[in-house]
Design a protein around this ligand. Structure first.
Ligand code: SF4
Length: 288
């Protein structure tokens, strides 16, 4: 009898524990919500230092250190970009904000324990043949400005032509027979990025640990998911991107990401693109 009582009690305990278990998919959703809540808390911090103190306390309470590092990269970018964007309506702020974000991403990515194992070299451009490259609105606006400053009218005209060609090709390759045709990014010239110092955060965070894997993965019918990548660099690049994006959104600006090809073509066609982005216009809605 005693044993029966114990087993009933144990059964009740197990049923109670089972009720607490999240349904399939619920766990990921809960984690996502928690991360969103944490980010909101970090945004409310009075300074990057206060945000760092919150993160340190969370790590002491059991947050994995890797997640703490990711949140620290996010919070530092969010607060730095917010200070610049709140300083005034100065259109030049976009250059400062994006340059700072790129420099911060480069520094954090450089801390990767796998840095010396990366296979990426100048002139190796397999990963610049993806069908879609994403960039935040701020980066696209900045890139258009950078290109106008650094390229001749002839180079800009040739780039506009390649952007138009790639857009056309993307539409054509949507048909099943040509679905796997590799498309070079319009900024790729002689296997080098013509805007390397201003390339988007997505490009900065994507690195490979094996050249041969890239050669195969970006060929017809293959997938980049087969490439062994530097995961730390990828996560940190995204953390900075999210910090920049959330900061722009909180400032009432367009913080979303868009297809680089169509959005850059549009940005290059607008001489007042910087001021319009600073005015909060959604200029790239058709480029998702
Ligand atoms: S922007 Fe530059 S680095 Fe990025 S995909 Fe295009 S050519 Fe490559």
């Amino acid at each position: 009898m005693n044993q029966n009582l114990m087993s009933r009690a144990e059964r009740r305990r197990q049923e109670k524990a089972a009720r607490k278990q999240p349904a399939p998919g619920e766990g990921a959703q809960a984690r996502h919500l928690n991360i969103q809540a944490l980010k909101a808390q970090l945004q409310q911090a009075a300074s990057p230092q206060e945000a760092q103190q919150i993160i340190s306390a969370l790590v002491v309470q059991g947050l994995p250190p890797a997640a703490g590092e990711e949140l620290a990269a996010y919070a530092a970018e969010y607060h730095e970009a917010t200070v610049v964007l709140q300083a005034g309506e100065d259109a030049e702020a976009v250059t400062t904000v994006v340059d700072n974000a790129h420099a911060w991403a480069d520094r954090t990515i450089d801390r990767s324990p796998e840095r010396d194992r990366r296979a990426c070299r100048a002139g190796c451009a397999f990963c610049c043949y993806l069908p879609v490259v994403l960039a935040t609105a701020a980066e696209i606006v900045h890139l258009a400005t950078w290109l106008r400053t650094h390229c001749s009218p002839e180079e800009l005209a040739a780039l506009r032509q390649r952007l138009a060609d790639r857009s056309r090709q993307s539409v054509t390759s949507a048909s099943p027979s040509r679905a796997q045709t590799p498309l070079p990014c319009a900024l790729l010239q002689d296997d080098r990025c013509m805007a390397y110092p201003a390339r988007p955060l997505k490009c900065r965070g994507w690195t490979s640990l094996r050249r041969e894997a890239c050669e195969q993965a970006y060929g017809p019918g293959q997938s980049p998911s087969q490439v062994p990548a530097d995961a730390y660099a990828f996560v940190m690049g995204n953390a900075v991107l999210n910090g920049l994006s959330d900061s722009a959104t909180q400032a009432g600006l367009d913080g979303a990401s868009y297809d680089l090809t169509s959005a850059l073509a549009r940005a290059l066609a607008m001489p007042d693109i910087v001021q319009r982005w600073r005015n909060g216009e959604r200029l790239f809605e058709a480029c998702r």
